[in-house]
Every structure is written in C-alpha cells, then in structure tokens.
Design a protein around this ligand. Structure first.
Ligand code: PEP
Length: 252
C-alpha cells in the first residue's frame, strides 16, 4: 500500500513574511498524525524562513528547482548541496513551467536528477503533455519520451516520486477527470515496470497535479494509481490545502 503524498508548489508567489505565516497556518490546521506525507516548495528566498517555521512539523521543505553542478561559475543558479544546507529534503525537477517557459530539456533534467540525488535530496520529477499533444493523441508518446530520456538504470527510484501534470490542467481550473488521470498514471507505472522492474513500478508514488482543489482531491486520489497530489494555486490557501490533505487521507 503506497502512502499518499501531498505537496504544495508555491511557485513565484508570497514574500518572507507571508510565506512564514502560510507555513505557520498550515501547521496549526493540519491534524496531527494525518496519514499523508506532506511537503511545501517555497521560492528560494523564503526557504530558510519557512524551514524555521516548519521545525518539528511533519511538513517537509523542498525547492522548486536546482542546477546540476555542485559549485562554480553559474551565475544565478543554485546547487543541490546549497538546498540541503538550508534544510531542504526535496526538489522539484522538470515542472512544465521550467520545461516550456525556461526551455529545460530532458537531457538537462536527467543531469539535475542525478545531481540532486547525489546531494541527498528526494526528487519529484514532473511529466505531462500539452493540450495540442493530447488532442493529437500523443499523450502516451510524450510521457514515454519524458520517462525514457530521463530515467533509467543509472537513476535509483527509491528517492524519486513522479508527478503527472497535464500542462492543460495547470493553473487553468481544468482538472483531468479521475479516469484521465488514472489512465495516464497506469501508463506511467507500466513504463516504469518496463524500464526498471515490477517491484519498482509497484512502490513508485505517482502524484497528480493540475487544478487540484479540496472539492476534487478525494475522488482523484481514490484512483488506484494516483498516490497523491502536487498542488499549485490551492496550496497558497490554508483552508483549501488542508481540505486537499483531508481528501488524501479519506481517499480509498
Ligand atoms: C503546479 O504548479 O504544479 C500545479 C499543479 O498548479 P495548479 O494546482 O495551480 O494547477
């Protein structure tokens, strides 16, 4: 039985004071002992303050990106070890906004995952098709490429979670139906089975991301291959995010 994992991607929002208040608000409202793994991903400048605010809580700290070199002349980039240094345990790699706005390629993402794991971080690796790709019937082909060009025997999956995030559902208010999510998740799990083995496929957690809200969380996470949620907009509101966590805890 895979434990559900709900993560909040705060994207490029808030400031230090607001981020600290959000972290404290979440701590105050999340039921102690809730059977769900939890993490938040604030912007870089807020990591230390949020880490302080979350001390002793069950909510883990993560960053939204990292570079694939350990140090050196890479102006503006942040190394995985620097994230560990400020208390991060996780990092998001391959979010669609980084793929499609910042131009990150599968080759870069592979290097980032290798570097992040080597530094001791856990990775949430994001995959997902764009609207035109879905409409052209290419969803599985896109996922196939994002999986096979990035993962493989050189990357141990024990510290990796995959987030299936259809790009057309991110920040649009359009959520994949539970059936659409299940279909994509089952495909991803099958491909992981092919690339690794049955045990790796069975234990891998696959989150769904794309306009998850308190009102649709439980149904989405009740699908057999949906093991949690990566939440953008709704993770900035305490009540809504707590509702999603409760949906995860109640999912069957
Ligand atoms: C995301 O940024 O990963 C995301 C899923 O955003 P939203 O929940 O706002 O669609």
């Amino acid at each position: 039985m895979r434990r559900k994992f709900v993560a909040g991607n705060w994207k490029m929002n808030l400031n230090v004071a607001k981020a600290r208040a959000l972290a404290e608000g979440l701590q105050a409202k999340i039921a102690p002992g809730v059977p769900v793994d939890l993490a938040v991903f604030p912007p870089f400048t807020m990591l230390s303050a949020v880490g302080e605010a979350l001390k002793g809580s069950a909510i883990k700290l993560g960053a939204q990106n990292c570079y694939f070199e350990a140090e050196g002349a890479f102006t503006g980039e942040v190394a995985p070890g620097m994230l560990v240094d400020v208390g991060c345990e996780l990092v998001l790699i391959g979010h669609s906004e980084r793929r499609h706005i910042l131009g990150e390629t599968n080759a870069m993402l592979k290097k980032k995952i290798v570097a992040a794991l080597a530094a001791g971080l856990k990775v949430i690796y994001c995959v997902g098709e764009k609207l035109d790709e879905r409409e052209a019937g290419r969803t599985e082909a896109v996922l196939h490429q994002q999986i096979h060009e990035v993962l493989g025997p050189d990357i141990s999956l024990s510290s990796v979670v995959i987030a299936y995030e259809p790009v057309w559902a991110i920040g649009t208010g359009k959520t994949a139906t539970p059936d659409q999510a299940q279909e994509a998740h089952a495909y991803i799990r099958r491909e992981i089975g092919t690339l690794y083995n049955g045990k790796a496929a069975e234990t891998l957690r696959i989150q769904y991301g794309g306009s998850v809200k308190a009102s649709n969380a439980r149904e989405l996470m009740s699908q057999p291959d949906v093991d949690g949620a990566l939440v953008g907009g709704a993770s900035l509101k305490v009540e809504e995010f707590v509702g999603i966590i409760e949906g995860a805890a109640a999912a069957r």
